[in-house]
Structures are given as structure tokens and as C-alpha cells.
Write a protein of this length. Structure first.
Length: 600
């Protein structure tokens, strides 16, 4: 047995991350040097404009593309530093100024090199095919160029594309920054054990998992009281986001629908996404049955929406950060030593921000800047069991990036639906490890229920966000009001839960608090895609054991260097087959059945 990649005596402590690998500091001298370096590279690159003709050689195109990639890498270092600094403290004026300044500078840079991708997309098909590098020696370059061609039918002239970039930087992107600033500054007041406390959203939401039903209700009521107070402003931001999305992509570019924009970016056929959403919708009863069982365990006739994530055990268990890190790394090590070794790099290189601080971005994320650099992970760790799964999830993202680090910066990152493959798999590994160690039926029931809670949140909840988005985008374009959107959202919840869950009226504000529908419209189906995909893959792992691991590792190592259909086909997956997605729900049904048996 190989040695685990962590010491028995070393302690893992919550801390902020170290960004000096990207920039030593953000002084004026450092920024000016980086800006000048990028400007010089762009000036040299612009000399290629006159050489971009049908007579260009394949090798000349490869050389030009390498220069293009070098500029992109320099830009991503700057962008990564500014974005991660802002995430660490969204309330700092200096951080906001740095982020805005870098965004403005890079918008100008990207506009100057835009001519290359526009030329490539505008080439006649025969000329483009002749210039494609061979797959054996330049597979990353070839795939990147093939991906660019997917956008050819929707690309405008150079001046229009430049105007759109400027419009985004000073318009909708700025508006989304305001949304982040508004929501990350919010504070919530809650009485706990007789003491009134002010807290962040992450701190407040830990009480949604409390064994006290009154405390759960008051936590949600406070959450949506605060969001409700800003509903008019947040609703206006969303409406403008939606109109901007459709005006650019549907009206100007001619894409078929608002969600088709995301599907094209993900390189997933519209039909496959429609199939995924339809299968999730038709199988919502699996979770509705679970919620009925959960109500009985909690001694309720029917769950309230407040009770969705209520623990079914009597203990309010906490998992110290050090224990969580060791559990995750140990579990990863037992699956494959390389998994643990890669994950441990995040800690040893101080690339994790795990503290809870006012002003820090909420939730969790993983940010990959360049292939050779270990990704950065952000979590808000509050010692709750669910935080262990979140830690495993984000480290899974980091592992996925590092597994694909041999690829180009232009092809390392997988499309969004495949981006959840390692993260969700990591969560399941940790849950299985906990179940293996537990023989008490009641504790096993608690662990299984927690797992189903998480799968619900990843599959059905995210699917219904997207179903809401489809309807909301259409409604906003038709002139619907904020009240209309609130009604649509409540109807969305009613269909999702059926008779299994009571929906209090304040949940009409829930959609205002979902950053993804603002920042990345229709992003959320990627979670359902990834979860159901991984459930199917994990079932194969249980059947095949060691024989499965090379297939899975190859899948991760592809990163974004091939089309999703090709990557999944190599792993034996057909994303257009509804029975494939139904297979994931069969796993859920088996888990719910086991829970029912543990109860009887």
C-alpha cells in the first residue's frame, strides 16, 4: 500500500489562500509591468493580420495560434488574480477597483486580438478543413479550431463584436458585479439560544440543517425577508440580464433560443438537454416519495419547505476542519493514490481559502487559471457534515483540472456538463466511506438520507431552476412584471414537490438569491447532467472494480480536448438516450427503497 499524502501529525487549519504565484503584489509598478508585457505581445500578434489569407500554411497557422495562446495565458493570470482577490473580499474598494481595472484593460486586449477568431470562423469550409493541423501532432490546436468553427453561423463582423465586448464590460458585466456586491454585503439577524446574532448567508444557512424545526423556519424566513426587501432592485437586475442575453444571442446572432446559447457553449445538442430535462421532470416522484418518508421520520404529516434538509438523526454532529481534510484525502487515496496526491497540492501550496469572513464570496468554487498551476479552491467551512461533501466536491474539480494539465490552456477545461464528473464522484466516494464504517441502522439511515438530500439538490432542484429560467426568459421578453415572476416561481415549486412539501409564500423570492441564473444563465442543468452521469459511472465502478479506473481516469484526462459526445462515447455513454438518464434515477429509487426498509 502506498503512503497517504499527508502526515499523521500535521494539522490542517482554516486559512486564506496565497495568490503570489500569480502576482507578487498588486502595486502600480507590478500592474504596469504586466500591462506593458501584454501590450507588447499584442502589438506583435497584430502583425499577423495581413497574413491571414487562404494561402496560409498549416504550420504558419499553428505558430500564430501559439502566440495567441501565450497572450491568453498572460491575460488569464491577471484576470485570475483580480477575480480571486475580489472573491476573498467583495467589499474591499481596492479589490473592486483592481477587478474593474483589469476587466477594462483585458476587454481592450481581447478586442485587439479578436480579428484572429473572426477570420477563422469566416473562412469557407473547404479552406478551414485544409488548414486544420493534423490530430497526431497538434490535437489540442485542432480541437480548439474545430470548436471555434461551431460559432461560425452566429459570428458578427469585427466592429460589431468589439462593440459587444465593450457593451458587456461596461454594461451587463458591471451590473452583475453590482449584484455580487449587493448580495455579498447582506447581513442576517437570527436569535439562537436566546441570543440575537448577525451573520453571513453561509452562517445563516447552517441553521437550515438544524434539528430544531422552529429555528429552520426562522432561518429561511430571515433569508427571504432580507432578499425580499431588495426584490425590486434584484428583480430589475435579472430582467436586464435576461433582455441583454436574448438581444445579443437570439436577436443579433440568430441562435434558436436563450437556452441554445448555453447548449452551444457546452457543445451539447439541444435534443440531449431537452431529453435530460424531460427525464428529470418525469422522475420527480422519486424525490417526492423520499420527502413523504422524511416527513414520517420527523413526525410531521407533511414537510414544509423549511424542513427539506432537516437532519433525521438527533445529533447535531460537527466535523472539525482537520478531520474533514483527512477524511477526504484518505478516501481519495484509497480510490487512487494520484487523486489524493493531486488534492493535497491544494493544501500544501496554500491554494485554498476555507475561512468564513464577512465580505468573502459565499458558497464554494474552484478556479483553474493555467494548466501548470494548481487550482485555487474556495469554501466557507462551518464544521457541518455537508461541508465535508462540499470540500470533496471542490477538490474534485481541482483534480479534474490537474488530470488534464498536459493539454493546452485553450483545451484543458471540460465543457460545463462534464465539469462535474470528478467533483460529484468525489462526493459519492466520501459518502460511501462513511457508510462503510457504519453498522448502526439509524446512523446508516441518516447518512443515506443526507446523500439523497444532496442528490436532490444537485439533480431535481437544479433542473427546476433551468425550467424556471426557460419560462422566465420568455415571460420577461413578453413584458411580465416582478409579481409575474414570483408567481411563476411558486408554480415551479408546486410542480416540483407535488403534495409532498408545503411551500410557504416567502419562497417566491428564492430565485432572486440564486447567483447562477444571473451570472451564467442555464448553467444549472450541468449539475443534473454531472450527477446523473456520475451515478451511472459509480454503479459501473461498483460492478467492475479496478477495471473501471483506467476508463474513468482517461475520461478526466481529456479535460476539454475533445467534444463531450466523443469523450462520453469512449466511456460507453450515449447522452441522447433517455434510458441512460433514467438509469441514474434507478440508483436514487434504490436508495429510497433502502431507506424505506431501514424505517420498517
Amino acid at each position: 500500500m502506498t503512503t497517504p499524502p499527508f502526515s499523521a501529525t500535521a494539522a490542517y487549519r482554516q486559512s486564506a489562500w496565497d495568490l503570489r504565484e500569480l502576482l507578487p503584489d498588486a502595486t502600480e509598478q507590478t500592474l504596469s509591468e504586466r500591462f506593458d508585457e501584454i501590450r507588447t505581445a499584442v502589438e506583435h500578434f497584430e502583425r499577423h493580420r495581413s497574413a491571414l489569407t487562404d494561402s496560409l500554411t498549416v504550420q504558419a497557422l499553428v505558430d500564430i495560434l501559439q502566440e495567441y495562446e501565450a497572450i491568453i495565458e498572460k491575460a488569464w493570470i491577471l484576470s485570475g488574480y483580480a477575480s480571486l482577490t475580489f472573491s476573498a473580499d467583495t467589499q474591499s474598494p481596492e479589490n473592486l477597483n483592481l477587478r474593474s481595472r483589469v476587466q477594462e484593460f483585458l476587454t481592450g486586449i481581447f478586442n485587439r486580438i479578436l480579428f484572429f477568431s473572426l477570420w477563422w470562423r469566416a473562412l469557407p469550409a473547404e479552406a478551414a478543413e485544409r488548414l486544420l493541423p493534423d490530430r497526431a501532432h497538434h490535437s489540442d490546436a485542432r480541437h480548439f479550431l474545430e470548436e471555434l468553427r461551431l460559432l461560425a453561423p452566429y459570428t458578427l463582423d469585427e466592429r460589431s463584436e468589439q462593440v459587444i465586448n465593450l457593451k458587456d464590460a461596461n454594461g451587463v458585466d458591471a451590473l452583475l458585479t453590482v449584484y455580487s456586491m449587493l448580495t455579498n454585503r447582506l447581513e442576517f439577524e437570527l436569535e439562537v439560544a436566546g441570543e440575537r446574532r448577525w451573520m453571513t448567508r453561509d452562517e445563516l444557512m447552517r441553521y437550515a440543517y438544524s434539528p430544531d424545526p422552529d429555528l429552520r423556519a426562522r432561518a429561511y424566513q430571515e433569508l427571504y425577508r432580507v432578499y425580499g426587501d431588495d426584490a425590486a432592485v434584484l428583480g430589475q437586475i435579472y430582467a436586464h440580464r435576461v433582455r441583454d442575453w436574448a438581444s445579443e444571442n437570439v436577436d443579433l446572432r440568430g441562435m434558436g433560443s436563450p437556452i441554445a446559447v448555453r447548449n452551444l457553449a457546452n457543445d451539447v445538442p439541444d435534443e440531449a438537454v431537452d431529453t435530460l430535462l424531460a427525464v428529470c421532470r418525469e422522475n420527480r416522484s422519486a424525490f417526492q416519495r423520499y420527502f413523504q418518508l422524511k416527513a414520517a421520520w420527523l413526525g410531521m404529516e407533511r414537510l414544509r419547505r423549511y424542513d427539506l434538509y432537516a437532519p433525521i438523526g438527533t445529533s447535531d454532529r460537527q466535523v472539525p476542519y482537520d478531520d474533514a481534510v483527512r477524511l477526504v484525502l484518505g478516501t481519495f487515496h484509497d480510490f487512487h493514490p494520484r487523486f489524493a496526491a493531486l488534492a493535497e497540492r491544494v493544501f500544501s501550496e496554500d491554494h485554498i481559502d476555507s475561512e468564513v469572513r464577512k465580505g468573502k464570496r459565499g458558497g464554494a468554487m474552484c478556479s483553474t487559471v493555467l494548466p501548470p498551476i494548481t487550482p485555487w479552491v474556495l469554501v466557507n467551512y462551518t464544521d457541518q457534515p455537508r461541508d465535508v461533501a462540499t470540500l470533496a466536491h471542490e477538490l474534485g474539480h481541482a483534480i479534474h483540472s490537474m488530470m488534464a494539465a498536459e493539454h493546452s490552456s485553450l483545451t484543458q477545461q471540460p465543457s460545463l456538463p462534464l465539469a462535474e464528473t470528478a467533483s460529484v464522484f468525489g462526493e459519492i466516494l466520501v459518502t460511501e466511506r462513511l457508510l462503510e464504517r457504519e453498522s448502526d441502522p439509524l446512523v446508516r439511515r441518516e447518512l443515506l438520507a443526507k446523500s439523497v438530500d444532496d442528490i436532490y439538490a444537485t439533480v431535481l432542484r437544479q433542473t427546476y431552476f433551468v425550467l424556471f429560467e426557460r419560462e422566465a426568459h420568455e415571460a420577461i421578453r413578453a413584458g411580465s412584471s416582478l409579481d409575474d415572476l414570483e408567481r411563476i416561481y411558486l408554480e415551479n415549486l408546486s410542480e416540483q414537490f407535488g403534495d409532498s412539501v408545503e411551500i410557504p409564500n416567502e419562497f417566491r423570492y428564492e430565485w432572486l438569491s440564486i447567483p447562477h441564473i444571473y451570472q451564467s444563465p442555464f448553467y444549472c442543468y450541468s449539475y443534473a447532467f454531472g450527477q446523473l452521469l456520475v451515478l451511472s459511472l459509480f454503479r459501473r465502478y461498483q460492478r467492475e472494480g479496478e477495471a473501471f479506473k483506467p476508463v474513468y481516469l482517461r475520461l478526466l484526462a481529456h479535460g476539454g480536448s475533445a467534444r463531450p459526445t466523443e469523450i462520453l462515447s469512449e466511456a460507453g455513454v450515449d447522452m441522447s438516450d433517455p434510458d441512460f438518464w433514467r438509469g441514474g434515477f434507478q440508483v436514487v429509487e434504490e436508495m429510497v427503497e433502502e431507506l424505506a426498509e431501514l424505517t420498517s
